[in-house]
Design a protein around this ligand. Structure first.
Ligand SMILES: CC(C)(COP(=O)(O)OP(=O)(O)OC[C@H]1O[C@@H](n2cnc3c(N)ncnc32)[C@H](O)[C@@H]1OP(=O)(O)O)[C@@H](O)C(=O)NCCC(=O)NCCS
Length: 158
């Protein structure tokens, strides 16, 4: 069963050491960068980034980082929204269904509106990232036509 667990003193080093393939490293900032970014968000933004280690039972298999933007701050539209900024499954555990389960769990979590109400979820990915693109499309994300920092922006209405 896939679970999201908070990052703690006990598991953050393991989270930092999760690995992708060399090619996949081009698709995503490192987990250490993401955790540093969430620290800056914590000190400066109204709401903390939602960062979790992803587990199957007691095995850490990945990492996810989400955020909430209210209507004024949303860079893609004039609605309040959530975004999934990072999702990674360690290369040892890929292609076993975990990415799909983690995304399904992330959408359910977002639908509980942990930081406020919203009508959509955004995600962005490299045009070369076919696995991510297919995965998000299969869960109902539709490309918006927006390109942000070279990444395709897709949206799910919730
Ligand atoms: C994208 C990612 C999270 C998917 O995780 P995953 O656990 O491998 O995903 P799943 O096992 O649920 O597979 C999802 C689909 O992709 C396919 N897939 C997974 N890995 C694949 C690979 N290496 N080659 C081809 N297809 C692959 C699966 O067959 C499945 O397809 P299906 O639904 O038609 O059966 C993972 O590849 C990853 O961490 N990539 C690097 C980081 C990244 O790109 N993150 C997304 C940035 S937005």
């Amino acid at each position: 069963m896939v679970q999201f667990r908070k990052i703690t003193w006990d598991n953050f080093e393991e989270c930092i050491h999760l690995k992708l393939s060399d090619e996949q490293n081009n698709f995503l900032a490192s987990n250490v960068y993401s955790l540093a970014q969430s620290y800056v968000a914590l000190l400066n933004d109204d709401l903390p980034a939602m960062t979790f280690a992803i587990y199957d039972l007691d095995t850490m298999i990945g990492f996810i980082m989400m955020y909430y933007d209210n209507a004024e701050e949303n860079e893609y539209g004039n609605e309040s929204c959530y975004g999934i900024l990072r999702l990674m499954i360690d290369k040892r555990y890929q292609n076993k269904g975990y990415g799909t389960l983690a995304m399904t769990k992330a959408i359910a979590y977002i639908k509980s509106f942990p930081q406020g109400e919203a009508t959509s979820v955004y995600i962005a990915y490299s045009p070369d990232n076919k696995v991510a693109r297919n995965l998000y499309t299969s869960l109902g994300f539709a490309e918006t036509g927006i390109i942000s920092n070279g990444e395709l922006v897709a949206k799910l209405e919730i």
